[in-house]
Write a protein that binds this ligand. Structure first.
Ligand code: SD4
Length: 323
């Protein structure tokens, strides 16, 4: 049972949600691409790179790999690719997955030394009989495919890790104040082909070998061209628990809009987890196969970037609970 206090918060969220629905009224009942959306405000630059391909008639799968390559190679982004914060042993381990409109998918987890894990995930999808490669095997595959081995631990990330080592306390708190986390991206191209990708260095200071939601098909990302796609940011363990992205896509399949589907999944999570949900952050972003976009988070602070009709903007997601 929800407490009275919880009901009040739910009530407040409904009004925020309706504001968010109004904010999205720029794209009601879209029938065609291109549209590209991604998590957080660093998604703006990533969207712009994807848009260059989408607007010239390119394939959504090419667009998303190019798009997320921007934060992957940016050493200032501490949550994706090069410059990502390491695990507790000082090792930068990356997770990524990719999926197209026909349920083709590929993934890499705990991949070290490779700046662009999303591009490797695409090759797992296209060139192997498998969906997921991990650790040493993923690295070997990447090198065989011509990727270069590089040191991903920047001096800044190393300094932050050494600072953390002084206390070495692991608090799995997604960094929502700093507004830059995992990038999940969904794109619909001019031929209405939908594709999605998710790429991250995962939770800073995690145990070596820890895998989050981002490379798990159905958790960090799910795409079905018949319906739409969804991706996530936030605390991976929580997203895995509820198969978050798949749940959003299935809610859309049952008739909910992208926005209503994200809200329903967060509400159900909170109802099931109760107190265990407090202090966690779950951020959902969805797009149906006509290009309509929805987003919702458990806690405040989630923003996402939308590029549609050539306008690239950051939007605030509605949320369920106050801090
Ligand atoms: C993970 N979901 O590894 C990622 C991290 C993230 O906001 O998105 N943080 O759990």
């Amino acid at each position: 049972m929800l407490s009275r206090k919880d009901f009040i918060k739910l009530g407040a969220a409904v009004s925020v949600a309706s504001v968010a629905s109004k904010l999205q009224s720029g794209t009601p009942n879209r029938k065609k691409g291109p549209v590209v959306v991604s998590t957080w405000d660093f998604g703006m630059e990533a969207n712009a790179a994807a848009w260059a391909i989408l607007s010239s008639g390119g394939y959504s799968l090419d667009a998303i790999v190019e798009g997320v390559a921007v934060p992957e190679r940016d050493p200032k982004v501490n949550t994706v690719g090069l410059g990502g914060f390491p695990d507790r042993d000082g090792r930068v381990t990356l997770d990524a997955c990719i999926m197209d409109e026909q349920l083709n998918c590929g993934s890499v987890a705990c991949l070290e030394y490779i700046v662009h894990p999303a591009a490797v995930a695409r090759l797992v999808m296209e060139k192997t009989p498998h969906v997921m490669l991990t650790g040493e095997g993923a690295l070997r595959f990447a090198l065989e495919q011509g990727f270069k081995k590089e040191n991903l631990l920047t001096p800044q990330a190393e300094a932050a890790w050494k600072e953390w080592l002084k206390k070495a306390e692991y608090e799995p708190k997604p960094n929502w104040e700093l507004n830059h986390d995992t990038i999940g991206m969904l794109a619909l191209d001019q031929q209405s082909r939908l594709a999605g990708v998710c790429t991250t260095s995962g939770m800073a200071w995690k145990m070596h070998g820890r895998v989050g939601d981002s490379p798990i098909i159905g958790a960090g990302l799910y795409v079905d061209g018949e319906v739409g796609g969804a991706t996530c940011s936030g605390l991976g363990e929580e997203m895995i628990r509820i198969a978050a992205s798949h749940s959003v896509v299935e809610a859309m399949r049952s008739g909910k809009s992208a926005q209503a589907a994200c809200e329903a999944v967060i509400r159900r999570y909170y109802k099931r987890r109760g107190d265990k949900a407090h202090g966690k952050q779950l951020c959902l972003l969805a797009m149906d196969n006509a290009g309509n976009v929805g987003a919702f988070s458990l806690m405040p602070g989630f923003v996402y970037s939308v590029n549609c009709n050539g306008t690239n903007e950051v939007r605030k997601a509605a949320y369920l609970l106050d801090e």
